[in-house]
Design a protein around this ligand. Sequence first.
Ligand code: SAH
Ligand code: SF4
Length: 377
Amino acid sequence: MTANLLEFDLEGLAVFCEGLGEKRFRATQLFRWIHQKGASEFDQMSDLAKSLREKLKVHAHVQALPVVSEHFSADGTIKWLFDVGDGNAVETVFIPEDDRGTLCISSQAGCAVGCRFCSTGHQGFSRNLTTAEILGQLWFAEHFLRQHLNVDERVISNVVMMGMGEPLQNYAALLPALKAMLDDHGYGLSRRRVTVSTSGVVPMMDRLAADCPVALAVSLHAPTDALRDNLVPLNRKYPLDELLRTCTAYLARAPRDFITFEYCMLDGVNDQPEHAQALIDLVRQHGRNGLRCKFNLIPFNPFPASGLLRSAQSRVQAFAKQLQDAGLVTTVRKTRGDDIDAACGQLAGDVKDRTQVQTRIAQQRTIILQSVSGTSV
Ligand code: SAH
Ligand code: SF4
């Protein structure tokens, strides 16, 4: 097995090069070829010594996950489905806007947290993605887009870890991927343009603050422990008070930053005026001037197994206004790529269903074969 070089941040690649008997600085050249130019063939890397290229051909490769499908939305959103084996797939979504291009990346196949309103959570947990599989989503998308749009300069300006999975439950693989995103020899994204979204894995939020304090989004979804225990089961382990204290500590590392609180609007469940008031009180309790935060209200993307409904648009607007009137910066997320099911977990869910259909068909075939052999006896 040769090493997939997408597995490494620059430091990891330097160690790998040393292992091949090469000087560390060769790693910088190699890293730039891979991430800045999108090269995957070592013969393309013209300024590397021939001897190094020959060694790399024997010991290394550069490969993202295989693409199952590509979907182009009328609004410019593109969604890729990547094969992760065992009949599972993960998704990556590119969302173009006037002033930015955002890539939404997955960190796990499935998710173990099991939030009530999330189709990924309903699928259960399959496995962690490797660093190469996480970073490979950016590598693939960036260089695909440059070709597709026929441009030389960077297309993706922002990354959000908001695809499938809980990134902070796959921390060891996540960290080198984040470092490569920020590295000037890699994608050169600023700390504030890379967002990790978490359902609240408290100890790993502390680790992230120390190791790589990128922008943090916390999936709140409820203002009380009783309700959040039910919607986000991880709350039973790390309840709201502890979660918000950890948010405050995170900001101590990043003084000009704020936490984005995501709040999925569920009809009759968490969208009433008393919920908004409880949220306002909760934020005020934490910090003298309140916790530095923004609210992002997400219209729920319904799926039948959840038994939940999307809040009416008028309710979402009234909820937003209540928070804004209390001085909390609040936005409502635009739905994008609706025509290609670009919302959390949806398309990968389809693939799982298809796999089950295939299994059922295969079982039927087996039964038919048995009865045929039965009559022939
Ligand atoms: N596991 C991480 C990141 C992936 S989910 C987390 O939970 O934060 C990214 C965002 O999509 C989260 O805020 C999540 O709550 C939200 N989400 C999940 N399912 C959704 C649905 N059906 N409709 C709307 N938002 C959803
Ligand atoms: Fe996992 Fe996030 Fe979905 Fe919850 S919302 S099940 S943490 S992916």
